[in-house]
Write a protein that binds this ligand. Sequence first.
Ligand SMILES: Cc1cc2nc3c(=O)[nH]c(=O)nc-3n(C[C@H](O)[C@H](O)[C@H](O)COP(=O)(O)OP(=O)(O)OC[C@H]3O[C@@H](n4cnc5c(N)ncnc54)[C@H](O)[C@@H]3O)c2cc1C
Length: 502
Amino acid sequence: MSSIQTKQTDVILIGAGIMSATLGSLLKELVPDWDIKVFEKLESAGEESSNEWNNAGTGHAALCELNYTTEKADGTVDISKAIQINEQFQLSMQFWSYLVESKLIQNPQDFIMPIPHMSMVLGDQNVKFLKKRFDALSNNPLFAGMEYSDNPAKLAEWIPLILKDRPANEPIAATKIDSGTDVNFGALTRMLFDHLKSKKVEINYNHSVNKVKRTNDGQWELKVRNASGIVETHRAKFVFVGGGGGSLHLLQKSGIPEGKHIGGFPVSGLFMVCNKPEIVEQHHAKVYGKAKVGAPPMSVPHLDTRFIDNKKSLLFGPFAGFSPKFLKNGSMFDLITSVKPDNLVTMLSAGAKNMSLTKYLIEQVMLSKEKRVEELREFIPTAKVEDWDLVVAGQRVQVIKDTPAGKGTLQFGTEVISAADGSIAALLGASPGASTAVHVMLEVLNKCFPQHMKAWEPKIKEMIPSYGKSLMENPELLKEIHASTAQTLGLSQNQPLEVAQH
Ligand SMILES: Cc1cc2nc3c(=O)[nH]c(=O)nc-3n(C[C@H](O)[C@H](O)[C@H](O)COP(=O)(O)OP(=O)(O)OC[C@H]3O[C@@H](n4cnc5c(N)ncnc54)[C@H](O)[C@@H]3O)c2cc1C
């Protein structure tokens, strides 16, 4: 096997998903003269979880996701997580607006569209919970404009397809907020990589990173297999492991102590898609329901209007499932090869604790299309099997680690793992995901470049005016930011769109 030695760079980004795209774009603005190289094993950007068909495209701002607000033992609703996620989403909106205003990316309607975000529940208990949640959120400036109704006539105006042919005596309620978004993260990722290319970032597709090793002088050496099967050697002062589900293996190869005792558990996703114009036209919202008992938080069912390639379609799901692959284009050995002596006990403990989750996932895999449509009928009572197609979405690798709650605890958030000297960072986990990419990449900068943050702060504030501030506590600034991002990203007006015809 031949091998090629190449020169060293300042920064290497592994993986061409939304996370590397965001970090690269931030760095190019902060330190334009740093050399950046990207290695992506597939043939183009945004092909794994960031692809538009591999995720639900919800701009997660906690406007509709019931799993971000929990009922406490005293019956009150805890909204702290919802506030945190909303604040994080505002950072993304500001950075995207900055990129559009600076003409670094164009045509925001190709990646973000306004769509009402709704929560919908059935049954007396759930209706009571939703009302309490509404009361807790609606006085908060971050959730201004949220409406609540348990009146079927009003709900039929908001969600006609969901109300059609529903039993008249069924308790039902919903909240609605018009400032929600549908984000095409695949399109955004591709736009950002086009922008990076124009700024002379070297982007290498069909290049798979196989080894990550620290050199004696504290830098990082990567072995990268190129499209011809030749192994290239690349060096960098800083490496970001943005390999999505592939990050855990690369982190383990780096050998940094911070990467020990961590495991990953893959959860796959499946959606049902409807492209029939007469059905698609009857729904205009992202409607999130309540997760079934025993279901993991990322499998909260929702019925969404999606805007992909200037076309509208409906998406329902996700149905969770189990596959040992860590990436959609991964290997059946991913799970087993991620078990190492240092995380064996962690993984075994997680396995023992999560038997019911594994059982749930296996049951989900076994569901027939008819059974899936039965679940859809909780949203659309008139749904017909022949109107809906199944689409396999991306893999989410949930982090397993030892926490004060015990060994092998399954985590549902994202985690930035970095070396003590800040020379390498990896992103693990998948929720709330792409929507909070800017917040997560700012965390990478903070952890890995603390010595530069003071000098970078004015530029960060130019790009993200609310950086370092709580918008909830600055309602005037929040109003300004809402107005300016809506204007720049074209979210104030609804453009008519074609319905997808596949
Ligand atoms: C079913 C589902 C629904 C979701 N819904 C939403 C949603 O509604 N809203 C939201 O905000 N988020 C959502 N997410 C999460 C979101 O999609 C992810 O958090 C986000 O896309 C992750 O981006 P990434 O750049 O880390 O990873 P990815 O997009 O997966 O990119 C990683 C890249 O690294 C490459 N790679 C991996 N290993 C190597 C290697 N060794 N060498 C070179 N390249 C490598 C891969 O090929 C891939 O292109 C969802 C995810 C799933 C699976």
